[in-house]
Ligand binder design. Structure first.
Ligand SMILES: [Fe+2]
Length: 388
């Protein structure tokens, strides 16, 4: 067994691959809500009726390719360059982190949540997204392991804002989505630090407590005036899964509304791309491929495809290799022409050394280079952060 397809389940972080020796282990894995996994056929017997991993990868590649060809009505290149929005976005990102930090402290001290501050910061994040959403998208990929909860809360708010804008949702609903994203994990503040920050595998009772963060969050939001039903449902539903394997209520899909489904996608995407104490984050493009896999049972397939169209197949933060033996990080996705993002080139792939960074717009007619593939920055031991 080489992949449980459940990277978002923190309790399983210690061992996601290895030899399964007994039916009891299989039963235990099933109990964890895992409905599919890959077998390393070099090491174990294959399952005759299952699609081989290579074939599955090919199907996924075809699905992603077809998404690449579908154009989006969004503008190919924003009028305000990402570099111009950067400073303002940075201030607003920091401000949003401070707001959620204060909210968490207030809850810890049994105080009331400052809803007006959350409302205001959500409004400001949306303003930045309206100007050029790539500025905040870049910032969301500059990670710090120590402030995961703060960053994750803001990032899910930003992702829901980007996703909701691409679906052309009503501005009022958009703000409610961002507020819901910022507050979705608020219940974690009541989970003991020894569990929340445990570097190793969680024991079953610790995992039960961890899962309670959703109910804690719901209770906190229940006694908070001034929040919309949309914002509340994001907190309530973000860990539910369409096949009923989610928590805390194992709801069936007809009980999980569209906003809850969107929240699940944004939450998983941010969680798996983050560096944590116990795992290294996936590259954004790999995370999108994983979302396609998880949409077989857990996530809403249509919305996953909408999400990929919205972030583009080469999302911000992806390290791409170009046809001129250079590599760089995507700093602005291109929805209308997904294969032609804005890239900050900084690496020579032949000599394996960094070069003077230069921004290349692959959409420009005079750009002579194409993307030939994506690279894993971690495997190359490259830190892309300075180039975002
Ligand atoms: Fe959560």
């Amino acid at each position: 067994m080489s992949d449980l397809n459940n990277q978002w389940v923190p309790s399983n972080n210690a061992s996601r691959s290895g030899k399964i020796g007994s039916q009891a282990t299989i039963d235990k894995i099933k109990q964890l809500g895992v409905t599919e996994l890959f077998i390393d056929t070099a090491k174990g017997l294959d399952c005759p009726e299952a699609m081989p991993a290579d074939e599955q990868k090919q199907v996924q590649a075809q699905q992603l390719e077809s998404l690449q060809l579908q154009s989006d009505a969004g503008t190919a290149r924003k009028r305000v360059p990402v570099s111009k929005e950067r400073d303002r976005a940075e201030k607003r990102y920091q401000q949003a982190r401070n707001v959620i930090d204060d909210v968490l402290q207030d809850v810890k001290n049994h105080g009331a949540i400052d809803v007006a501050a959350v409302d205001q910061t959500s409004e400001e994040l949306l303003e930045s997204l309206n100007t050029n959403e790539n500025a905040l998208a870049c910032l969301s990929h500059i990670r710090s392991k120590d402030t995961y909860l703060l960053q994750h809360s803001v990032n899910v708010g930003i992702l829901l804002g980007i996703f909701g804008r691409s679906l052309r949702l009503d501005p009022k609903v958009l703000k409610e989505l961002v507020i819901g994203g910022i507050l979705h994990d608020i219940g974690k503040v009541l989970v003991p630090d020894s569990i929340l920050h445990k570097p190793g595998k969680l024991e079953p009772d610790e995992w039960d407590e961890m899962k309670r963060h959703v109910t804690y969050g719901e209770k906190i939001l229940d006694v908070t005036a001034g929040l919309s039903e949309v914002s509340r449902s994001i907190c309530r539903l973000h860990h539910e899964r369409l096949d009923g394997t989610g928590y805390p209520r194992s709801l069936n899909q007809d009980k999980i509304d569209r906003f809850g489904r969107m929240a699940a996608i944004c939450d998983v995407y941010d969680a798996v791309t983050a560096d944590r104490v116990y795992h290294t984050g996936m590259s954004p493009d790999l995370a999108l491929r994983k979302l396609v896999e998880w949409s077989i049972f857990h996530l809403d397939k249509e919305l996953v495809y909408d999400f990929i169209r919205c972030l583009s197949v080469y999302p911000v933060g992806t390290l791409v290799e170009l046809s001129n033996n250079r590599a760089g990080v995507v700093i602005e996705a291109n929805r209308r022409s997904p294969k032609h993002p804005l890239v900050r080139v900084f690496y020579n792939t032949v000599n394996r050394h960094q070069v003077e960074p230069v921004v290349v717009d692959l959409a420009k007619a005079n750009s002579r280079y194409d993307i030939v593939g994506t690279l894993d920055a971690r495997q190359l031991n490259l830190d892309i952060t300075p180039f975002l």
